[in-house]
Write a protein that binds this ligand. Sequence first.
Ligand code: LMR
Length: 397
Amino acid sequence: MFEQLEMAPADAILGLTEAFKRDTTPNKINLGVGVYKDAGGKTPVLESVRLAQERILAAEKTKSYLPIIGDVEYGRLTRALLLGPANDIDAQKRASTAHTPGGTGALRVAADFLRRCHDKATVWISDPTWANHPAIFDAAGAETKTYPYYDTESKSIAFDDMLEALEGAPRGDVVLLHACCHNPSGVDLSLEQWRALAKLMKARELLPLVDFAYQGFGDGLDEDAAGLRILADGVDELLICSSYSKNFGLYRERCGALTVVGNSEDSAARAMSHVEKVIRANYSNPPALGGLIVAEILSDPDLRDLWQGEVAAMRERINGMRALFVDSLKAAGVAQDFSFIKEQRGMFSFSGLTRDQVAVLRLKHAIYIVSSGRINVAGMTESNMKTLCAAIAEVLQ
Ligand code: LMR
């Protein structure tokens, strides 16, 4: 049976990391996958995470299963981070959270939940979006459509076109939004645009599904949640898929959450009962360590302070690299204006490099970038910047 199978294509993002590992060129540069690197080019274990993990392992008494949706306290701490410590939704008990294996796990659970309970709905995804979004909804058997998001000419949001497309969406359809640090464009909605969107969602009875993978990497932990909070205030029902991969550096621990907001305590509980069924038939219950680390840090004031400082340092390093990248391109003789990169937020930058230019960078210079031209700015360092910019200058000529 297997002999007849065609080889499946490599993953657009993670496949690049594998190819990078196989490349023996010295001074190769990986700006593909969205993983943070420090000034030395390493992906560190955060100090707050190391301290919390030591405590947890020293006190650990069991490896028995967690509940299907994980610990209630992990859910509460997650919602406080997403929606604010004193949010109305929690006061009204209108939300419930499942601990999932990463943000990807949260998205897949959400997709399966929608198929189970809301199977006529089409899921609207931004054009462009994270390469795995369509794959996740396809795998769950959900129909997807795209709405315009990024205008390549003006390098800004095509907001009128986005609204027009969503105004045409049938009632009950689902709209997948990026809370901040839009992947891949790095261009986010303004607060005014979030307000307009919340109004439209409510009026058209559309269900927002918010992917929140980069909280803290844009402008700050609360600042990055501002759009989501506007939406949460403006609609009755909402799904949030969040991730601790980036802001706690817990990538391989697979730690995230699916939060269901209903219009009452009863409706949130009904929805979560179906989420439980979906999880039980998939991975049964979540892996514990990442969630224990996050809960320990968020509930201990000293660890939390330390962690907030570490998130701020990661954000500032990325923003520093954005500025240095723009200046270094200029210094390398690039005539085009790349200053828009300084305005983008989060790990990614839509560079405008074409598929062919990306291929030349890989083959000739061992520089790995996603074929859409998305660059992981968090992979740049002071030591690889000159080589990188010289290579880009060459392919742009
Ligand atoms: C990315 O977009 O590079 C990250 O979210 C990692 C991934 O799983 O694709």
